[in-house]
Design a protein around this ligand. Structure first.
Ligand SMILES: CC[C@H](C(=O)O)C(=O)SCCNC(=O)CCNC(=O)[C@H](O)C(C)(C)COP(=O)(O)OP(=O)(O)OC[C@H]1O[C@@H](n2cnc3c(N)ncnc32)[C@H](O)[C@@H]1OP(=O)(O)O
Length: 255
């Protein structure tokens, strides 16, 4: 079970400096402005922010793809540009006829430290907040609806939007060194990428109890499938190995 104190201590310092920024940003993103922009407009806007990329590699033999969040200097924080990359990769996977599964992971054994706070600061206007939340909610929705089995491999950190990306997959495989959680709870807000709605499926606590405490809950604890790393070369290989077995089983059942 994750220790909330452990997570809290880890980003108290960093958290303070992003609290005002994220708070304004999140409140703005819930504005009721009805003039919805086109996705083309939002794409152009997001593309101007930050560095990093999202790498997609598809293995036609196994039908398993790997999606890597890649912004190492910022613990794989997702910049505006990476939000565009992420959606493009998901659109490519939607059309992948021979695809069966996709594994999401972060570069350098860290999953993702959420949205790039420099982007959050720079785009901290009502328009920027609404553009980002519209884009990422739709993108993570499409990730959830992919016609593939999706697995997020959590090593290192998955914080804020990083935790939202993780719970948008069908399965989460968590290394025993992983730390993840939503930093918004301290501000009494909910994450704007829509991750909290999907994480209910991972809750180990009875559904009714979760609903009752949901709004006040500081860090959502997820089902930890702790992989004992010394028996496998790496999380990724383990994920591929199990996925391949699972997919072979499906193929055999189909014959
Ligand atoms: C609306 C936005 C979205 C949502 O809420 O839905 C969000 O996700 S808001 C962002 C939420 N995420 C955070 O608040 C995490 C902030 N980062 C941390 O708590 C720590 O960096 C941690 C725990 C991820 C890693 O700690 P560690 O000690 O290993 O590394 P450092 O803190 O020294 O960071 C190294 C380097 O990376 C930069 N960094 C880390 N996270 C982010 C980020 N989210 N955005 C931008 N930059 C980030 C950090 O500034 C350091 O850079 P340096 O130039 O070396 O100072």
């Amino acid at each position: 079970m994750l220790n909330a104190k452990m997570i809290r201590s880890k980003f108290t310092v960093t958290f303070k400096n992003c609290k005002i920024v994220t708070q304004t940003f999140l409140i703005n993103s819930m504005s009721t402005d009805s003039s919805q922009p086109s996705f083309e407009e939002i794409r152009k806007y997001l593309w101007g922010f930050g560095k990093g990329n999202v790498n997609l590699s598809k293995n036609e033999d196994t039908g398993i793809a790997t999606l890597v969040l890649n912004n190492p200097e910022k613990r794989n924080a997702i910049s505006g540009q990476m939000m565009v990359h992420l959606r493009d990769c998901i659109e490519e996977l939607e059309k992948w006829k021979s695809g069966k599964a996709v594994i999401l992971q972060g570069h350098n054994n860290i999953f993702c430290s959420g949205a790039d706070l420099d982007f959050v600061r720079a785009a901290g206007t009502k328009q920027g907040a609404s553009y980002m939340s519209t884009w990422m909610q739709d993108t993570l929705n499409r990730l959830q609806r992919l016609p593939l089995i999706s697995v997020s491999l959590l090593e290192g950190f998955a914080i804020g939007g990083g935790a939202e990306v993780a719970v948008s997959c069908d399965y989460i495989v968590v290394a025993n060194n992983a730390k993840f959680g939503f930093v918004h709870a301290k501000m009494g807000l909910v994450p704007v990428w829509g991750g909290t709605t999907s994480c209910l499926t991972f809750m180990i606590i009875p559904y009714t109890f979760v609903l009752a405490t949901f709004l006040a809950l500081i860090y959502l604890l997820f089902v930890i499938i702790v992989i004992n790393k010394k028996h496998c070369i790496g999380l990724r290989q383990m994920g591929i190995h199990h996925l391949r077995q699972y997919l072979e089983q499906i193929d055999n059942n189909d014959e």
